[in-house]
Structures are given as structure tokens and as C-alpha cells.
Design a protein around this ligand. Structure first.
Ligand SMILES: [Zn+2]
Length: 175
């Protein structure tokens, strides 16, 4: 397995988001039939794949708004908090066309989203529309990623810590 030159990667990450640098590490959500895993940090060739960002479509926006509305009435407190986060951050969601494909050991992973906080405190949330050129993700897929990424704005981590919900918990338990 190939070692990843970390310092170089951080430069690469800062570069892609260009305008404003960020202290926060990128968080890529990787989906595969087997599991969601923490992805290794992206390498320079991935940077190209993340460009260009696109605005949320009218259909997506309507669906995301509806999702926030649905979650605001959810019986779980966590999901209602997630609804608040969505209302606050939906304007900062951008889409990219294809997932970022990485090979990791025997697995092929599709990076379908990430979220990070800028130095000014503003959250950037990115969601992929497709796994690849042939396989479109459904709106439900995008919404699952939205829940996952939004939960990071509430401080959710990738792995469950004690009773705290992980981002994956938000993605699945608020479904
Ligand atoms: Zn995450």
C-alpha cells in the first residue's frame, strides 16, 4: 500500500478551495457496498476530479428544504438539531459531478461528500451527484450525504464516541 505524502496533500487541499485557506482537514465520505470508511487524504490528481463545483439544482434545493422540514418534526432530538443545522447551512452546499474514486487495499471507494470549516467559521459542504459517469446517485443518496455532512457542523465525528452520535448515525438514524 502506498504511503501518502501528507504535507504535500495539505497544500493540495488548500489549493483546490483556493480563495480561503482552512485549518480543518478535509473529510471525505466514502461509500461502498461494504461500508463507509474514513478515506485517506486526497492526492493531487483527485483535485481535478473535485472541480468544478456547481450550485444546488432547483430540485435538489427543494428536496433539501423538505428534508430540513421533515427533520424538524422528527421524534429524535438529534435529528431536530440537524434540521436547525440545515436551515443554517443549506446556502453553503455545493455539488460536484462525480465521486472521487480511490483505491485502498482491495477496495474501491467513492468519495461522495465532504465538509470543512473555513477560518472564518463558515462551513463548506460538498456533495457528489454521481458515483461515476454511468451511475447517478439518487436524491435519497444525496440526502443521506447531506445529513452526514451537516452533522459535522454539530460536531459529529466519523466514529461514535461514547453516547455521541457519529456522522454515520445522523445519516442513517435520521433517515
Ligand atoms: Zn464525515
Amino acid at each position: 500500500m502506498r504511503r501518502i505524502p501528507l504535507t504535500f496533500l495539505l497544500i493540495g487541499c488548500a489549493h483546490i478551495q483556493s480563495a480561503v485557506g482552512t485549518d480543518a482537514p478535509f473529510k471525505y465520505e466514502f461509500a461502498s457496498p461494504e461500508m463507509d470508511v474514513d478515506a485517506p487524504a486526497p492526492v493531487s490528481e483527485d483535485m481535478i476530479a473535485t472541480l468544478p463545483l456547481e450550485d444546488v439544482s432547483a430540485d435538489e434545493y427543494a428536496a433539501f428544504q423538505a428534508e430540513a422540514g421533515r427533520l424538524s418534526l422528527h421524534f429524535e432530538r438529534h435529528c431536530r438539531l440537524l434540521a436547525d443545522a440545515m436551515r443554517q447551512h443549506l446556502a453553503d452546499v455545493r455539488m460536484y459531478e462525480n465521486a472521487i474514486v480511490r483505491y485502498y487495499g482491495p477496495y474501491k471507494f467513492y468519495g461522495v461528500g465532504h465538509a470543512y470549516q473555513q477560518q472564518d467559521g463558515r462551513w463548506m459542504i460538498r456533495i457528489a451527484r454521481r458515483f461515476d459517469g454511468l451511475n447517478r446517485r439518487t436524491l435519497d443518496d444525496e440526502m443521506k450525504t447531506l445529513r452526514h455532512e451537516m452533522s459535522h457542523t454539530l460536531g459529529a465525528t466519523e466514529q461514535r464516541i461514547g453516547d455521541e452520535w457519529s456522522a454515520r448515525d445522523y445519516a442513517y438514524r435520521c433517515a
